[in-house]
Design a protein around this ligand. Structure first.
Ligand code: SIN
Length: 301
C-alpha cells in the first residue's frame, strides 16, 4: 500500500497535488469544488490590498502547447476576500496567495490571510506582467529577503515564495527566500510571452505581454526545480505544465515535495486530480516507491 501524503516542511497534505493560484480559486464555492475533486489544497487567486479590475480584454490567448494570459491580478481586495475564505476554509486546506509592492504590503496581507484561516501564505514574487508587482519585486534578492523576513515576523503560518523563471539568478533568489526564513519555494510561475496577430500587426493581449502556462512550460519548470534542489535545503513545490501523473512524477524526482496544477484544470477538467492521483499510485506500486518522499529528488541520485 503506497501513501500519497505530501509533506512540505511542517505541513502535511493528504494528496500531493494542489490547485495553483489563478484557476478556479477566486471564490469560496470554486475553491470548495476543487477540494471535492481531489486537490490536497487550493492556492487562492493572488489578492492585494485594494480591489483591482485587472487588464482589459483580450487578456487570454490559447497557443501551441499552452496559453498566454495577462489577467492583471484581478481580485476584490483583501478585505472582501474574507467572505470567500469563510466559505472555503471549513472544507480543507487553503493557501492564501498575496501580491504587494514591498515588505509592508506583504506583511499586512499575510496577517489578514492568517486571520482568515489560510494554512499557509504564498507570496507572489513572480507575476511576469504586473507593473510594480510580481517579478518586478521578485527578481531582486535583497528585496525578496526583505519581503520574506517581514512576513515571517508577522505570521506564524508557513511562508512560501512563488518564484519566476524569467531570471538567470533563480538560485540566488531561492537562497534569499531560505536565508530570510522562508518555509518553501514554489517554482515556477509563467514565462513572459507575447502573441502577435499578423492580420492586425499588433500584439493580441491588451497588455501586450503575458505569461505562458500549460504543457509547453513543463521542461522549464522541471529544470528550475532540479536547479533549486541542488542549492536549497527548504522544500520546493513544483508547478508548470503538469497534466498527467508522469509530469507530476518528473517534478517530484527533480526535487519537489508536492505539486500544483493550473492550466490542466481548464484543459483536462477538475477530474485531473483524481486521474493523476490514481496514476501516481499505480506507478509507485509498480516501481517500489512507498511514499512521495521516497520518490523526491530521485533523479539526482
Ligand atoms: C494575472 O492575474 O495576471 C496572473 C497572475 C500571475 O501570473 O501571477
Amino acid at each position: 500500500m503506497v501513501s500519497l501524503k505530501a509533506k512540505v516542511g511542517a505541513m502535511t497534505f493528504d494528496k500531493p497535488g494542489m490547485v495553483a493560484s489563478g484557476i478556479m480559486d477566486e471564490t469560496g464555492p470554486s475553491m470548495v469544488r476543487m477540494l471535492d475533486c481531489g486537490a490536497g489544497a487550493v492556492v487562492s487567486k493572488s489578492v492585494g490590498l485594494e480591489p483591482n479590475a485587472g487588464h482589459a480584454n483580450p487578456c487570454f490567448m490559447e497557443t501551441e502547447g499552452g496559453m498566454v494570459n495577462a489577467m492583471g491580478l484581478p481580485n476584490p481586495g483583501i478585505e472582501l476576500f474574507e467572505e470567500e475564505m469563510k466559505v472555503a476554509v471549513p472544507h480543507g486546506r487553503i493557501v492564501g496567495s498575496i501580491y504587494g509592492a514591498g515588505p509592508d504590503d506583504f506583511r499586512t496581507l499575510a496577517g489578514k490571510m492568517e486571520d482568515y484561516g489560510a494554512c499557509t501564505v504564498e507570496l507572489n514574487l513572480s507575476c511576469p506582467h504586473a507593473k510594480g508587482y510580481g517579478m518586478e519585486v521578485g527578481t531582486d534578492p535583497a528585496m525578496v529577503k526583505a519581503i520574506v523576513s517581514a512576513v515571517k515576523s508577522a505570521v506564524s503560518i508557513p511562508v512560501w515564495a512563488k518564484l519566476t523563471p524569467n531570471t538567470h539568478i533563480l538560485p540566488d533568489i531561492g537562497r534569499a527566500v531560505q536565508d530570510a526564513g522562508g518555509d518553501a519555494v514554489v517554482a515556477i510561475n509563467t514565462l513572459k510571452a507575447m502573441v502577435i496577430s499578423p492580420e492586425f500587426a499588433r500584439p493580441i493581449l491588451s497588455n501586450k505581454f503575458g505569461g505562458l502556462s500549460g504543457k509547453a512550460l513543463k521542461p522549464v519548470g522541471v529544470r528550475a526545480v532540479y536547479d533549486l534542489r541542488t542549492v536549497l535545503d527548504i522544500p520546493i513545490v513544483g508547478v508548470g505544465g503538469i497534466s498527467t501523473w508522469k509530469d507530476a512524477a518528473e517534478y517530484i524526482m527533480a526535487g519537489a515535495s508536492a505539486f500544483q496544477i493550473g492550466s490542466a484544470v481548464l484543459t483536462e477538467g477538475p477530474g485531473v486530480f483524481d486521474t493523476i492521483n490514481c496514476g501516481l499510485e499505480r506507478f509507485m506500486e509498480e516501481y517500489g516507491y512507498g511514499s512521495i518522499s521516497d520518490m523526491e529528488g530521485a533523479a539526482h541520485e
